[in-house]
Design a protein around this ligand. Structure first.
Ligand SMILES: NC(=O)c1ccc[n+]([C@@H]2O[C@H](COP(=O)([O-])OP(=O)(O)OC[C@H]3O[C@@H](n4cnc5c(N)ncnc54)[C@H](OP(=O)(O)O)[C@@H]3O)[C@@H](O)[C@H]2O)c1
Length: 292
């Protein structure tokens, strides 16, 4: 069955109405994958924010958790990691035991989310654990270009996977991984946009250093990035092939790449991703010590 049809008759509840929730709502509504009137949203206290989401996207908004989740087929947890525990204590009491949970909260494990739901819903004491999916999007969600990885809990079904692919696909690309790899994903694509912004800063400064106006240098760098990304996506060629094709021995690019190598460019990127991955592991452990 096509992924889009998986969602057309589903009710989706958003718990948390911040930037990631809005990006997902925007993607779902703009792509037509879900009907706005089947999307319900709640948050903790900001009524103005809910009203704004209702006016902008036509979704249903409720200050009350019970009204938001009781009919939901999918519950998308979009609170900060430290607020997940408090939110789940209320969500789980009012949601159907058949609901699928999709969490984007960094560092909160599938097991800890499942346990927190089960602890507040008597039905789970008698049957299988809740179905939980954990995802790691990045900030490019805001422009519907996120690289998102997700891990399915053991109790999830093939239909759950299709539903999650459809939801996450509305804000970019969705990639299944094993849960233990989500820390690496955080280090690679979660923090990745910042590495690219840093490269753009450095290249823009280099352009200014060479005599260009800052705005000109910046625009040239962004368009260079855009063109290179499109080449990578559409040419079917590897980055190494594309790089080598524009690197003639003794030429300008050759001189630049040699200089990058002398300054340990690849090793620096490797270490950067490693440190972010280790930090994600540490934050996950800190969260686990607080029991979420
Ligand atoms: N932003 C990113 O690029 C990014 C990337 C990857 C993962 N994430 C994950 O996405 C999650 C959300 O991030 P964000 O940037 O969207 O956060 P955010 O803008 O701060 O939004 C958090 C939302 O959660 C609501 N909330 C807090 N406690 C609640 C509760 N008990 N019940 C219901 N709603 C509650 C808040 O409501 P009030 O405003 O009314 O308090 C707010 O609407 C985080 O866990 C983060 O780890 C974010």
């Amino acid at each position: 069955m096509h992924a889009q049809t998986e969602l057309t008759d589903k009710h989706i509840a958003f718990v948390g109405a911040g930037s990631i929730a809005e990006a997902l709502i925007k993607g779902l509504c703009q792509t037509g994958i879900a009907s706005p009137w089947r999307i319900a949203v709640t948050n903790r206290r900001s009524r103005d924010r809910l009203d704004w989401l209702k006016e902008t996207y036509g979704v249903r908004v409720y200050p009350d958790m019970r009204d938001t989740v009781w009919s939901a087929d999918v519950i998308i947890l979009c609170t900060k990691p430290n607020d997940v525990r408090e939110a789940l204590a209320t969500v789980a009491k009012h949601a159907s035991p058949d609901a699928l949970y999709l969490s984007v909260a960094a560092g909160c494990t599938i097991a800890s989310i499942g346990d927190a739901i089960a602890a507040h819903h008597p039905e789970y004491q008698r049957r299988a654990l809740p179905r939980v999916v954990r995802a790691m999007p990045n900030t490019s969600c805001a422009v519907l270009e996120s690289a998102t990885a997700y891990a399915l809990g053991d109790t999830c079904t093939e239909a759950d996977r299709r539903m999650v692919e459809a939801i996450l696909g509305a804000v970019g690309s969705a990639h299944p991984v094993e849960e233990h790899l989500l820390n690496a994903v955080t280090g690679l694509s979660g923090s990745g946009p910042a590495y690219v912004y840093y490269l753009v800063e450095a290249m823009t400064n280099a352009g200014v250093d060479a005599g260009l106006e800052e705005q000109t240098a910046f625009s040239m760098v962004v368009q260079t990035l855009n063109g290179a990304a499109r080449m990578l996506q559409s040419s079917g060629q590897s980055p190494a092939f594309l790089r080598e094709r524009v690197t003639s021995p003794g030429g300008t690019t050759f001189a630049a790449i040699n200089t990058l190598d002398q300054h340990g460019f690849s090793a620096a990127v490797l270490e950067a991703v490693r440190s972010a991955t280790v930090r994600a592991e540490q934050l996950g452990m800190e969260l686990a010590e607080q029991k979420l």
